[in-house]
Design a protein around this ligand. Structure first.
Ligand SMILES: [Ca+2]
Ligand SMILES: [Ca+2]
Ligand SMILES: [Ca+2]
Length: 226
């Protein structure tokens, strides 16, 4: 029993170490699933934060988080964010770090085949990335024009190429009867800079800052005494 337990614990430790080492750098899937709300939709037009990223309106309109209970707006079977009223969704890394945009799940924004207000759905989603260099990179994805409250089939996986070193990314619905009134997004996959390489430099800088601050403080004290 003790030997088996020891082996089991060693195995568990190995798994933990292994999972840390293979964490894909800092690849994150932003799924919006940490939010709970009593109604089927939550108005997040004022902006919100999720998993280290800040989401806000890129253009006037509205943003909603949609729960699986909502029946007229495509959702992935979990919380899904939608652009509403011809708005766009702007995302930045909350601390200002750059990031790579890898992929996302996208849908039309309304259940256009069987739901109400089918003309509110989009037929395309555009993505505009702004790089730290100031350059822009953009692309437009055609939606499959299928959305009818089918969690498994409503969404498509869209993969981005060259959306690296970004300071922001903006998602907009296009087309449809109201020219991009609404689009649905979930599982936005991003990669942020690794922390392993960046630890020594800030620590060293911080040390110098502390020494500098102490020296400045000492100088100030001497000055105030004099
Ligand atoms: Ca989700
Ligand atoms: Ca659903
Ligand atoms: Ca679709």
């Amino acid at each position: 029993m003790p030997l088996k337990l020891t082996i089991a614990l060693m195995g568990a430790a190995a798994i933990v170490i292994g999972s840390n080492a293979t964490a894909h750098g800092n690849e994150i899937t932003i799924d919006f699933d940490e939010f709970t709300f009593p109604l089927s939709t939550l108005d997040v037009t004022g902006g919100f934060q999720s998993q280290g990223f800040t989401f806000s309106l890129g253009s006037p309109g509205g943003l909603l988080l949609v729960a699986d209970r909502q029946t007229n707006i495509p959702d992935t079977g979990s919380n899904t964010v939608i652009t509403n009223e011809n708005s766009s969704l702007l995302m930045t890394e909350t601390s200002g770090a750059t990031f790579d945009l890898i992929s996302f799940l996208g849908a039309e924004g309304r259940n256009i085949n069987s739901g109400f207000f089918p003309e509110f759905g989009s037929t395309q989603i555009s993505v505009l990335g702004t790089k730290a260099t100031g350059e822009n990179v953009s692309t437009i994805f055609d939606l499959d024009i299928f959305a009818e409250e089918n969690d498994a089939l409503d969404f498509e996986l869209f993969t981005l190429n060259g959306f690296s070193n970004l300071v922001s990314a903006e998602f907009s619905g296009l087309g449809g009867g109201l020219n991009g009134y609404s689009a649905s997004l979930d599982n936005i996959v991003v990669r942020t800079p690794g922390t392993v390489e960046s630890i020594p430099e800030p620590a060293a800088s911080l040390g110098l800052l502390v020494v500098g601050a102490a020296a400045a403080g000492s100088a100030l004290r001497k000055k105030s005494v004099a």
